[in-house]
Design a binder for this molecule. Structure first.
Ligand code: F6P
Length: 324
């Protein structure tokens, strides 16, 4: 790509951090270095873009940090970038720093931001799906989802030990915002007795059916996605209503699911998507997200990736079999 007009890429992480972001940063810097392109990191997402908080990215430093969770560039959810004024300032900062291409690692909010930015900015943007929620179309898996599920199941397995010892009902709330992906994957793989996710309306009926006959002779684990329409507390009170004899506890796994070193899968995903994003820029692509569909690299326009992501049919079937 000797004739590519791109000389200086700006990269940033935005929205909730997710394990694998640092691996993607390493891959971006490494690929750019081999192509003779300068890369700078924009700190704190869109906030740093507005403030001109821009730092050089060193491949040999990133190499030592690629295995770490979080994001070394820091991240933020920017209110200022939602205003036109903020976006104009960000554009000026990019121009002042001679940045002629952007790679964004984040979730749907990040891509919505880029869509709005593209109305006033003709610099090419490439996105990398980075969120534990796995709620983005155009990729089978988002960066960090696999690690978050692994963290969730490691913790739920521990909860099972104590739940079995006391013959208790545990309601375990997992993250995912409006998506039930973490709920389904963690619930199925820990052998939960019930899995409640926002995308299903029948799951609660199955739970009530089961809990009325529960005899306090073993553990009973309910995995609830945070976006489920009922929520952990209401589910707990309904269970108590139906079967007042249960000894019940609620555990919210919370932000522990966002931290920790990325799994092998997420490190590899970060590396693949990092390389793909630089390649896409050099091929003249713009306003697309690099993702993996059926194990193939794919580029999907931003306006298609921010659509509501649904639970596929196979997973819905699994939920029916194991949730009833
Ligand atoms: O989008 C990632 C996520 O961790 C969601 O699962 C969760 O609802 C949200 O971010 C929490 O956001 P915050 O860290 O701002 O509380």
């Amino acid at each position: 790509m000797k004739n590519s007009p791109i000389k200086h890429i700006g990269v940033f992480t935005s929205g909730g951090d997710s394990p694998g972001m640092n691996a993607a940063l390493y891959a971006i810097a490494k690929t750019a270095e081999t192509k003779g392109i300068k890369v700078s990191g924009i700190r704190k997402g869109y906030e740093g873009m507005i403030d001109g908080d821009i730092v050089p990215l060193e491949v040999h430093e990133l190499q030592k940090l690629a295995h770490r969770g979080g994001t070394i560039l820091k991240t933020a959810r920017s209110q200022r970038f939602m205003q036109l004024e903020g976006r104009k300032k960000a554009l000026q900062m990019l121009k002042d720093n001679n940045i002629d291409a952007l790679i964004a690692i984040g979730g749907d909010g990040t891509f919505r931001g880029l869509l709005a930015f593209s109305e006033i900015c003709d610099i090419p943007f490439i996105g990398i799906p980075g969120t534990i929620d796995n709620d983005i179309s155009g990729t089978d898996y988002t960066l960090g989802f696999d690690s978050a599920v692994n963290t969730a199941i490691e913790n739920i397995d521990k909860i099972r030990d104590t739940a079995e010892s006391h013959n208790r009902v545990f309601i375990i709330e997992v993250m995912g915002r409006d998506s039930g992906y973490i709920g389904i994957h963690s619930g199925l793989t820990v052998g939960a007795d019930a899995i409640l996710i926002p995308e299903s309306g029948e799951d609660f009926i199955h739970l009530l059916d089961k809990i009325k006959d529960y005899d306090n002779e073993e553990a009973f684990l309910v995995v609830v996605s945070e976006g489920d329409e009922l929520g952990a507390e209401l589910v707990a009170s309904k269970i108590k209503e139906i079967n007042p004899s249960v000894d019940l506890r609620i555990t919210k796994l919370g932000h522990v699911q966002r931290g920790g070193n990325p799994s092998a899968f997420d490190r590899m995903l970060g590396i693949r998507l990092g390389v793909a994003s630089v390649d896409a820029l050099l091929k003249g692509k713009k306003n697309v997200m690099a993702g993996i569909l059926n194990n193939q690299l794919r580029l999907t326009p931003f306006n298609q990736v921010v659509k509501q992501h649904s639970i596929n049919k196979e997973l819905q079937e699994l939920l029916k079999i194991f949730g009833s």
